[in-house]
Write a protein that binds this ligand. Structure first.
Ligand code: DAT
Ligand code: MG
Length: 147
């Protein structure tokens, strides 16, 4: 029998306030499930300043940091834990490039996003970029699921 990993990979996905406001949460979740990943936690929340400071600590001091925090505070978002082998790079691939203008057609950002001429790109989704980020971000948004 083929050996499988004992612990499936998890990634933290956010449908950002632009995606939630535009009614794209279901479309994002549909793409994740159609790809073959499982949703293991889902929550519609208004992010606290503490959550956003922790989530985006790596960007503090950059010119788009405050616009990013303000945007992420502009309304509800959907926080999701997804599960399955290689789901971290696979979701980054589904999401597409950070800049929605450059994001390839077929990706979430390429199909559903655009540049609105603002100080921060509103690009519909966030996805963890490494196992370390995923563990850190899951503890921010779902402390009850911390690994
Ligand atoms: P990603 O979300 O693709 O991991 P990131 O972590 O580098 O990208 O940046 C976080 C978010 O900040 C990103 O989704 C959109 C915004 N952003 C990043 N770089 C930007 C820039 N140069 N100008 C405007 N917004 C930017
Ligand atoms: Mg990032």
């Amino acid at each position: 029998m083929t050996e499988t990993n004992q612990t499936p990979q998890h990634s933290l996905v956010l449908v950002k306030p632009d995606g939630y406001r535009r009614g794209l949460t279901g479309e994002v979740l549909r793409r994740i499930e159609a790809k073959g990943y499982r949703l293991v936690a889902l929550s519609i929340v208004e992010a606290t300043q503490e959550q956003l400071a922790a989530h985006y600590a790596e960007h503090e001091g950059k010119p788009f940091y405050q616009p990013l925090v303000d945007f992420m505070s502009s309304g509800p978002l959907a926080a999701v834990i997804i599960e399955g082998d290689a789901c971290i790079p696979a979701f980054r691939s589904l999401a597409g490039a950070t800049d929605p203008t450059a994001a390839a057609p077929g990706t979430i950002r390429g199909d559903l996003g655009r540049d609105w001429g603002l100080k921060v790109q509103q690009n519909i989704v966030h996805g963890s970029d490494s196992p370390e980020s995923a563990a850190r971000e899951i503890s921010i948004w779902f402390p009850e699921h911390a690994e």
